[in-house]
Design a protein around this ligand. Structure first.
Ligand code: SF4
Length: 419
């Protein structure tokens, strides 16, 4: 559902923690010893849950999403999720969980009972904070008022709607299952159910004009939800659009749309706090902020990614992507649902940290680098100084922040930390 994309130098993804991979390739693993946080407190922990099914596959989508055939195997999925969680417990024992993100795929295909079972189990097995942010991604084509209210009654505090556009032609070109009327109705239902609603919207759509982009954005802002995620449609490998590209706006027009978005959102009091994320005060997404600041997250479900810190190492995990294979493996309870697991080496940590931290408009407290990587800031001081001298990075008031120039060339700035 999260189609998070942008055409900034950063690349296209600002996905929910745990869902798929980032736009920039990570450095190859080097054969060196691992590195942990020593005696420092462990960073905040979030939970990502992947629901892999959709009504049908959108032609631009490269997420781990699969067209549902017949009834969803909800019982098997929930049993496998429970088994996946229980096998992960020794890795996170005693830690507080600050947020849950149920992403996909289309999690709103799950019944209210399934979401309730899931959240009840998380509360029983985890130290989930009473005021934890709990987001569920929903497709307007699967929205039901009663179901949204039930999700909220079970503990969902935030709904993220994959609206993408309010233009029926554009929605058809994107292969979406909903139309503009359904999108408006879903927003209304979501706002009645929870206080925090995000709308995903894309621009630079097939055949879109600047006026069309303006109409979409103004429509999205008119609902006064707390959060907007505004992404540039990009052609991803192994998608239908990559094979049969639709007519897309050229780079100049797409840049004009991006500029318009930045100006129009600012004019109406929206804060762009990350490359693709805009919020009104009090509505920033806690879960994604934890991810962007190199916090920890456990990823459960097919294809989910996780990152977990320990005193002696920082671990990345990825689950098997195929839903049936993940279900079968998870139920075996032998750890075989985990397809990849590796310890990050110290050389990787600066890039891993900066990859997302620099996407934040206000940057991060410099102390967070040490708190979340276990490395002293001296490890990257020469790079920081060099970037500062070139006007790409600001180090004022103890914060690391890309300057306006650095923001324009964010990929290049991040790559400086690769070595
Ligand atoms: S609804 Fe479309 S874009 Fe969203 S995950 Fe499913 S296939 Fe991908």
């Amino acid at each position: 559902m999260s189609t998070d994309s942008d055409d900034s130098p950063v690349g296209r993804r600002a996905i929910a923690a745990g869902n798929a991979s980032a736009a920039i390739e990570r450095p190859r693993v080097r054969p060196a010893a691992g590195h942990g946080l020593g005696s420092r407190p462990l960073p905040p922990l979030s939970l990502y849950v992947h629901v892999p099914w959709c009504v049908r596959k959108c032609p631009y989508c490269d997420f781990n999403s699969h067209q549902a055939v017949g009834e969803l195997p909800e019982d098997d999925y929930l049993a496998a999720l429970q088994a996946d969680l229980e096998q992960a417990l020794p890795l996170i024992w005693g830690r507080q969980v600050i947020s849950v993100f149920i992403g996909g795929g289309t999690p709103s295909l799950l019944s209210a009972k399934a979401v309730d079972t899931m959240l009840t189990s998380f509360r029983a097995c985890l130290n989930l904070l009473p005021d934890a942010e709990v987001t569920l991604e929903a497709n307007p084509g699967t929205a039901e008022a009663g179901r949204f209210l039930d999700y909220a009654a079970s503990g969902v505090t935030r709904l993220s709607l994959g609206v993408q556009s309010f233009n029926d032609q554009a929605l058809q070109a994107l292969g979406r299952i909903h139309d503009a009327r359904q999108a408006r109705a879903a927003i209304d239902m979501a706002q009645k159910a929870v206080d925090h609603v995000n709308l995903d919207l894309m621009y630079a759509l097939p055949g879109q004009t600047l006026e069309g982009c303006r109409e979409d954005l103004q429509a999205a802002m008119s609902f006064q939800t707390g959060h907007l995620s505004l992404y540039h449609l990009t052609l991803e490998p192994n998608t239908v659009f990559a094979k049969y590209p639709p007519p897309l706006p050229d780079d100049d027009l797409a840049a004009a749309m991006h500029e318009y978005i930045i100006e129009a959102t600012a004019a109406q009091g929206w804060q762009q706090y990350e490359v693709s994320a805009y919020a009104r005060p009090g509505h920033r997404c806690l879960h994604n902020q934890n991810y962007w600041t190199f916090g920890d997250y456990l990823g459960l479900g097919p294809g989910a990614h996780g990152k977990l810190s320990f005193h002696d190492r920082i671990l990345r995990q990825a689950r098997h992507r195929n839903p049936q294979s993940w279900i079968e493996r998870s139920l075996r309870r032998d750890g075989s649902q985990i397809a990849e697991e590796r310890t990050l080496v110290p050389q990787e940590l600066p890039f891993e940290f900066m990859l997302n931290a620099l996407r934040l408009r206000d940057g991060v407290d410099a102390g967070l680098f040490t708190a979340h990587t276990g490395l002293g800031i001296t490890a990257i001081l020469p790079v920081l100084k060099s970037l500062e001298e070139r006007g790409l990075l600001s180090l004022q008031a103890g914060r690391l922040r890309a300057t306006d120039l650095g923001w324009r060339y964010l990929n290049d700035v991040m790559e400086e930390f690769l070595d």
